[in-house]
Design a protein around this ligand. Sequence first.
Ligand SMILES: NC(=O)c1ccc[n+]([C@@H]2O[C@H](COP(=O)([O-])OP(=O)(O)OC[C@H]3O[C@@H](n4cnc5c(N)ncnc54)[C@H](OP(=O)(O)O)[C@@H]3O)[C@@H](O)[C@H]2O)c1
Length: 271
Amino acid sequence: MPERNPVFLVIGAGAGIGGHAAIRFAAGGYHAVLARRSDEASLGRLIDRIEEEGGSASGTLLNAAEDGSIEELVERIERDVGPIEAALYNLGAQIGNRKLYDTPHKTFELGWRLGCYGVYRLAHAVFPAMVERGKGCLLVTSATSAMRGNAGQHSHAAAMGGRRMLCQTLNAEFGPQGIHVAHFVIDGAVDAPDTLGKLLGDKFDAFKAAKGEEGVIDPAQIAETYWHVAQQPRNCWTHELDIRPWTDVAWWNDNPNPEIDGRGKSFAGPK
Ligand SMILES: NC(=O)c1ccc[n+]([C@@H]2O[C@H](COP(=O)([O-])OP(=O)(O)OC[C@H]3O[C@@H](n4cnc5c(N)ncnc54)[C@H](OP(=O)(O)O)[C@@H]3O)[C@@H](O)[C@H]2O)c1
């Protein structure tokens, strides 16, 4: 049987972090499998780009919130495409800022399904084969909300905080079995037209301009960081890191002092 390329699976492959991670891992020799909920044309454009650059990729539409969706995809890839050596869970809770009484039970549950339960389901599906092979990597894109609650974040922060604890717990059990889990706190706005871009609509360009030069995170650079972490030797694994633009205030610093830190004004934007 011919040797099959190792697979990099992305759950949530839009034009931002997910798509750029697929491009980077494909450039590094993986076959990238891209999954997103809608927009077959955009999915096709990403796959075309990877192939034009000499890489290998395929894709599918899937709603990760539905039970069985991630599990069936993983089974299909392991059977028909190749061994999943690295996977990226790239979905946030995505329900926006809402007051408690604007957060019905179903909405709270959806945030948890996308923000926390989906990570559990992906780990549950990919880890058995990884353990058997003695190696594998699960990357989880996270957000400031994984580190602190805030007004309007009842479902979002609860789900994202839960995923952070889940990543630590997965590491405790599966690290010694050769599986590397890394949780990335994206602590700032990303140049991501399919998520932040759609949220801000025609204000997206003005928002980026207001953030200033290099004030919005370049998803290609996040992908470069993911690639580095996924290639780390086992004696030097990163389990968590945070990323923000140089102009931004860190999640742990809600008392910035622009006069002292030299920015002259606060650049803090929505996170
Ligand atoms: N963008 C930011 O400013 C920002 C800031 C901090 C943290 N983050 C984190 O970054 C991650 C997202 O990365 P990104 O913003 O750069 O986005 P992206 O990779 O450009 O796109 C993410 C993709 O996820 C897909 N998706 C949404 N719901 C889905 C579902 N139920 N099933 C399958 N796919 C689904 C969307 O597909 P469709 O378009 O087809 O629905 C979207 O294109 C999240 O973990 C988020 O918490 C982002």
